[in-house]
Design a protein around this ligand. Structure first.
Ligand SMILES: NC(=O)c1ccc[n+]([C@@H]2O[C@H](COP(=O)([O-])OP(=O)(O)OC[C@H]3O[C@@H](n4cnc5c(N)ncnc54)[C@H](OP(=O)(O)O)[C@@H]3O)[C@@H](O)[C@H]2O)c1
Length: 278
């Protein structure tokens, strides 16, 4: 039995949908914190959907009952101290029900990167201490955050992309690819006590602007701005400028069995969705 948490979210939803193409629904347990999504999902997909809250250990033990492999999708709650506590509860529950492996969605460079990654490093430490074989999926940032129909449409309208990127490359990947890689790790053998750095093909904002131009037929150029002018984009801009995303890795392509999806395909999808103006 495979347990997937966070099924009301972007990533968990992709994982459970892909697992349903490989396994019968009665070999899967979908865990959600929110009763409304349990009702909606359970009835629409004929999957056993159980309620489990990372803040409520008893609910997790009940939800994980029968699990052989548990996917813990990292919590979105970045309040200091919260995620290690929540993930620790989920790890303890998986161990208590006798799970043979835990898969956790971590973040790239979790052990060596900047301080905002400390929750992921702490969770990976809890996994090691648990004694349960685990797989850490160190996901890069989502391409969908940077390249999406609204962003492509705005770039075409303005004739430019604008970011404090320092000319450095990004190794983001799509939520779909991260979800498919997680699904592969949940169903395939040989991933015990492995840590994967899941990164997509490198791209730069100059390349993104060129791709949008080529695919849309509208001229788009990139305008790099200083961090001091980046406003809400300063946090990510600092990371990009520092080269946080500049290192490639083949792990994602290896798990997928094909190259990870690049920005050209994402731009094409954005344009085809009808929101990116031609
Ligand atoms: N790599 C990236 O660029 C990136 C970007 C954003 C987030 N992340 C991280 O990756 C995770 C998955 O991404 P996502 O896009 O799928 O996020 P998402 O759409 O926000 O989904 C988060 C999931 O976590 C569940 N959750 C929240 N609090 C919970 C709790 N106390 N107990 C149990 N479940 C809880 C949510 O359930 P409810 O519906 O009940 O709230 C939801 O299903 C995020 O949570 C975050 O840690 C990564």
């Amino acid at each position: 039995m495979i347990v997937v948490t966070g099924v009301s979210g972007n990533l968990g939803r992709v994982v459970i949908e892909d697992l349903l193409t490989k396994l019968p629904g009665d070999e899967l347990i979908a865990v959600s914190r929110t009763p409304a999504s349990i009702e909606a999902y359970g009835t629409s997909r004929n999957v056993d959907v159980r309620q489990g809250d990372y803040e409520d250990p008893a609910s997790l033990e009940k939800a994980f009952g029968g699990a052989e492999v548990v996917l813990i999708v990292s919590s979105p709650d970045v309040t200091p101290g919260t995620r290690p506590r929540q993930h620790g509860n989920a790890i303890a529950a998986a161990k208590a029900v006798g799970a043979k492996r835990i898969v956790y969605t971590s973040a790239i460079s979790a052990d060596t990167g900047p301080g905002f990654l400390a929750d992921h490093a702490a969770t990976e430490a809890l996994l090691r201490e648990s004694g349960v074989p685990f797989t850490a999926l160190r996901n890069s940032f989502y391409t969908d955050f940077f390249v999406n129909p609204a962003a492509v449409s705005a770039a075409i309208a303005a004739g430019e992309t604008v970011a404090a990127d320092g000319g450095r490359a990004l190794n983001t990947a799509t939520i779909l690819d991260f979800g498919l890689a997680a699904s592969a790790v949940l169903t395939d053998e040989g991933h015990e006590n492995r840590t994967y750095e899941l990164r997509g093909p490198l791209w730069t904002y100059d390349e993104l602007a060129a791709v949008i131009s080529e695919e849309s037929g509208s001229p788009v150029a990139h305008r790099a701005i200083p961090l001091s002018e980046a406003g809400e984009g300063a946090f990510v801009g600092q990371l990009v400028s520092d080269g946080f995303f500049a290192e490639p890795s083949d792990d994602l392509a290896t798990l997928l069995g094909r190259p990870a999806t690049g920005i050209r395909e994402v731009v094409r999808e954005a344009l085809a969705s009808g929101r990116g103006q031609r």
